[in-house]
Design a protein around this ligand. Structure first.
Ligand code: PLP
Ligand code: COI
Length: 360
């Protein structure tokens, strides 16, 4: 499929004054732009019928496979407006590749990388007025794919739909770059060996909601999942990867062992840290190591990272049995400086030396 096959149905746009009122304080995931993308796949005809449509409800047969067996995958990425008013998307090819890895695991069709990038660019282009101008604001893009064949047998669907919607976004965690508290989930695992942990599929998030509720009941903003077979081995948070910082210029982060999402922010930060001469150990990291490291002063910072969360300092890890506490409320030095560099690249105040940005 080529560029020219997209058809456009212009939406009746939200009046500018209403849009600007939303952009003044967009929150996260509460508001949506005027348009959306839809591309259909059938086993017989492949990808076809690429359209830019007015944003709105989609009709779906109640027997659609996604509603019964959860055959769904998604992505999360952002478009940024820079001081010169240009707009860029951060590493969209990486999201395209990850979507395809998720597609393979969920028995959904792969989407050509160029088509994914073209579709996301199209939406940002047509809804460019929705890319906010404020500090720490962006247009969050949510590409997703659903199986929408009407059939109740349990098998891979022969019909699917890829869509992209967009939502103006402020910070995921409110209150500025303030350390968050994390709840250690001991009763629930997110993923096990051979499961779907490395795929970005809706089911992983459905499974994280009850533990996330438990975290909230315990005053925590996120939940930390550990290995299903070894509760000491750290996997990741419900919607973010995790890093620990050692005092000898070393970063520790769980290896991509098939159970955790291969985060694009994670990958970018590993690069930026190595560029600065830091060592990065991608391996099994344990709660015990974190606890002992904080107690003896060798682990000095912890942070979560992801598209929505950017880089968020972790102040506390809580469990029913113990609390790991960094003791002072200020975010760590490296956490803040990596955050500054990454967001600087995204917003155009730092050089994009790895060519991570795609201009609209
Ligand atoms: N882990 C999980 C479970 C996530 O949902 C996310 C967010 O997308 C991440 C990690 C971070 O991935 P990325 O940096 O690509 O946004
Ligand atoms: C993202 O960061 O894009 C995610 O999908 C995670 C979620 C917390 C919104």
């Amino acid at each position: 499929m080529t560029d020219s096959t997209f058809t456009l149905t212009e939406a009746e746009r939200l009046p500018a004054a209403e849009r600007e009122a939303i952009l003044a304080d967009p929150g996260f995931g509460d508001h949506f732009t005027d348009h959306m993308i839809s591309i259909v796949w059938t086993q017989a005809d492949g990808w076809h019928d690429a359209q830019v449509l007015p944003y709105g409800p989609i009709a779906m047969d109640p027997a659609s496979s996604v509603l019964h067996y959860g055959q769904e995958i998604f992505e999360g990425m952002k478009a940024y407006r820079r001081a010169d008013d240009s707009i860029v998307i951060f590493r969209p090819e990486e999201n395209a590749r990850r979507l395809n890895e998720s597609a393979v695991r969920l028995a959904l069709p792969e989407l050509p990388v160029e088509l994914f990038v073209e579709a996301t660019k199209r939406l940002v282009e047509i809804d460019a007025d929705w890319v906010p101008r404020g500090a720490d604001q962006s247009l969050y893009l949510r590409p997703f794919m659903i199986a929408d064949e009407s059939f109740l047998g349990v098998r891979a669907a022969q019909r699917a739909r890829f869509m992209v919607i967009a939502s103006p976004a402020g910070p995921y965690f409110t209150g500025g770059v303030k350390p968050v508290s994390i709840w250690l989930s001991q009763d629930f695992a997110r993923a096990g060996h051979g499961g779907t942990g490395a795929a970005k599929c809706g089911g992983n998030y459905a499974a994280s909601l009850l533990p996330q509720n438990v975290a909230a009941e315990n005053g925590c903003q996120q939940v930390l999942f550990t290995d299903a077979g070894d509760p000491d081995v750290i996997d990741e948070l419900g919607g973010m990867n995790l890093f620990l910082v050692r005092d000898d210029k070393t970063l520790l982060t769980p290896a991509l062992n098939g159970n955790i999402l291969p985060g694009i922010t994670r990958k970018s930060l590993i690069q930026l840290a190595k560029d600065r001469g830091y060592a990065v150990e991608e391996r099994a990291v344990t709660v015990t190591e974190w606890r002992e490291g904080v107690a003896n002063g060798s682990i000095v910072e912890a942070f979560a990272c992801g598209t929505a969360a950017v880089i968020t300092p972790i102040g506390q890890l809580k469990s029913p049995d113990f609390t790991i506490d960094f003791g002072d409320a200020a975010p760590g030095e490296l956490t803040l400086s990596l955050r500054e560099e990454l967001t600087g690249i995204q917003y155009g105040t730092h050089e994009d030396r790895h060519s991570w940005l795609t201009e609209i």
